[in-house]
Design a protein around this ligand. Structure first.
Ligand code: PBG
Length: 337
């Protein structure tokens, strides 16, 4: 028996054709919203696939230019660069990070020379260069916040000199946004932006990244075994507001939430409390899960992947750092999205 008269509202009417669905679509994701993380290592002619993040590679300074070439042709304009540092260049103070002639900074110089129009984002943190595998300096079994700040300041000046457009402090030390902003401004780099890793959680989902860079905390009784004294507790929401308020006051240009998919509530919350652009970092482990399920034939990658990225935009992210940036751009190019 039809229920005429009872159901005045039939939401399905707004879904009845592709044209209507397109007209009322609330969330859009474009390739220009994506930031592509790329890994670089000293060497030549290298392109080494990551075991725990298939489809992503470690490049050498020469081959990374060909990858950026390919990405720019697909409309990707923004890249975040991470270094894999050889063990002999690691020490307790991450001194190699500020060596003006290190391969990471030289790679940035050659990328900006060839593509001045691209947006190049750095990683400001000690861990890839630290023999302890930490984002801060370890003293007496603890991470010394304020000593770390001056190391990060030196690193940031070296990165600004190399031509990075945006610096990305991912270390979670207190006061680092203000410290970097001060030092950059005093050195004439007031146009260099800061993308603060505002709410970065002590997450298990960084595994493939740490495999790739060999940057996990060193297992030694005198070294903290994890990053829980500086990265945030996955149980906490309100602390993210404290961090966002501080980063905003200290001069951040972007606020980042990391990881992304498992922390969409935090993205949504910060969207309500802050007016700065929000970045979501769809981290290595979150991407690896999807790749693994697709490889098993349990999920359709070409639809599950764009749905994931769209969900992050719906939650409130303006820009998304994702290892799927290139795959997404390829689908757009093929007309599949
Ligand atoms: C380094 C850094 C990490 C990631 C980005 N910057 C690792 C960590 O904090 O241990 C992880 C990114 C990813 O998993 O994709 N400070």
């Amino acid at each position: 028996m039809p229920i005429f008269g009872i159901m005045k509202s039939r939401p399905r009417r707004n879904r009845k054709s592709q044209a209507i669905r397109a007209m009322i679509c609330e969330t859009h994701l474009d390739v220009k919203h994506l930031i592509y993380p790329l890994f670089v290592q000293e060497g030549v002619s290298m392109k080494k696939e990551l075991i725990s993040l298939p489809g992503n590679f470690i490049w050498s300074p020469d081959t990374i230019l060909t990858e950026i070439d390919a990405c720019m042709a697909l409309g990707i304009q923004s890249f975040v660069l991470f270094p894999k540092v050889a063990a002999h260049n690691k020490d307790k103070t991450a001194s190699y990070a500020a060596d003006p002639d290190n391969f990471y900074l030289n790679t940035a110089r050659s990328i900006k020379k060839k593509y001045p129009e691209c947006v190049l984002i750095s990683d400001v943190a000690m861990d890839p260069y630290s023999s302890d595998g930490h984002d801060g300096i370890v003293e007496n079994g603890k991470i010394d916040n304020d000593k770390t700040l001056s190391i990060l300041q030196d690193m940031s000046i070296a990165q600004a000199k190399a031509g990075f457009d945006i610096l990305g402090p991912s270390d979670m030390m207190d006061g680092r946004i203000g410290a970097l902003r001060d030092t950059l401004d005093q050195s004439g780099f007031e146009d260099v932006s800061l993308m603060a890793y505002t709410a970065k959680y002590a997450s298990s989902f960084y595994g493939p990244f740490r495999d790739a860079l060999d940057s996990a905390p060193v297992q030694d009784p005198n070294i903290p075994k994890d990053k829980k004294t500086y990265q945030m507790d996955p149980a906490n929401q309100r602390e993210a507001i404290i961090e966002a308020t501080l980063d905003t006051a200290e001069g951040a240009d972007f606020l980042m939430i990391k990881p992304a998919v498992h922390y969409m509530d935090i993205i949504h919350l910060i969207r309500q409390h802050a007016d700065l652009p929000i970045a979501a970092y769809h981290v290595s482990g979150e991407c690896a899960m999807l790749i693994a399920a697709a490889q098993k034939g349990w999920l359709d990658f070409n639809t599950a992947m764009p749905e994931t990225l769209l969900s992050l935009r719906r939650a409130g992210a303006n820009v998304i750092l994702t290892y799927f940036a290139k795959s997404y751009a390829q689908l757009v190019k093929k007309g599949e999205i």
